[in-house]
Design a protein. Sequence first.
Length: 420
Amino acid sequence: MAPVLVQLCSYNTNLQGKEGLPQDLVDWLSPTLQVSAFLSHQRSADIVAVGFQELLPLHLGLSGLSSSVIANRNAHVLAQIEENALNNEKYALIAKIVNGGVALLVYARDAGVARTACDVHTSWTGSGPGYMGNKGAVGVRFRVPGADGGPGEIFTFVCAHLTAHAHKFANRIADWHHIVGSLLFPSPDGAPTTLYDTSHLFVLGDLNFRVVLPPEHPLKDAAAIGQALSSQSERDALKEYDQLLLERRDPTSRAFVGLREGDFWQFKCSYKYHLGEVDKYSQKRTPSWTDRILYATYADSPEQSAITNLLYTSVPGYTTSDHKPIVSLLLLPPPSASTAVTPPLLRLPAYYTPSPDPYAHWKRYSGRVLDRVIGIVWWLLTLLGAGSTLVGIFNFLLGLGAWGWWRSSGIKLGGAGGAV
């Protein structure tokens, strides 16, 4: 069996809903397909995972009113994948999952993985205030049996959106630990397992880690760093201030254990751009590589990854968001024939043993209740304000005051009539 090619795409669409993607996605999807053709003997990607953050206006996401948007996005993305696929190959949706504004769609070639994929599961968890879904993660897991009749391998895809702002680094780390403990999938015997109980793990999304420069750094000014990003040597230097890279290098860290990443500094920071601009950063934030793709496989050694990163880049041409989409193409190691009765799993360091949070179910659904209550109230106020929440609040208070005045006036008139 040939090594599996996995294409991973992530985009924070800035709450745009159905308007969040251009009609032609060739700039996002076609580059990886062309590279895969060049490096894999005219083969399209076997699996394509597409993740979104800030999929739609937050009040609609929290209200659970995302079905039409995700259906629209699925149809559009699938059509674009097939339009740009080599040899007119067809793809099938393995699974899709959305929670709040975080969504993940996973596709596979009809003639390959899609034909044999089984044990498909989805999961979600919120890591916002009160475990709400304004931040958090969604996941898809499935098994691909071996060509030799063996148990094959397990694939797990996670799309995440972590806490924003440079100074909330600790919150992002806490988000990740919460996701590991509560984004759970069932094992064959029904017991919950973490995202690490898999043969291959892929994590993509707006992880929100920032470039944090010391006050005395010559590029501390946002305009200066924006200009410097055009230079590869400057990007090489700036990566040393990237929070996620520093965290992963820390031998005492328990976050993102076992996960690897391509050379993200080969492309310009994916955030924060002026809306409508191809290559102009906002002065409100330090440009940063907030959007990332991480991965691990059971064949990894402590020294290096067994996955070949064929491509890792951003797509600057999309201008409706303050983020740029990113894309990666990964070539997995060839599956090895095995007499084992269970799929191989990631080999983690002895000091790290992730385990399911015993309160994960309670946390997830308490967050879901908050989502629905706040989201529906927010949606009603937006509806009352003809699209503006602030106008809706004003109209509500005005109406409440008018109703109170009418009720008070009616009581007085009734009393006067009785006296006569």
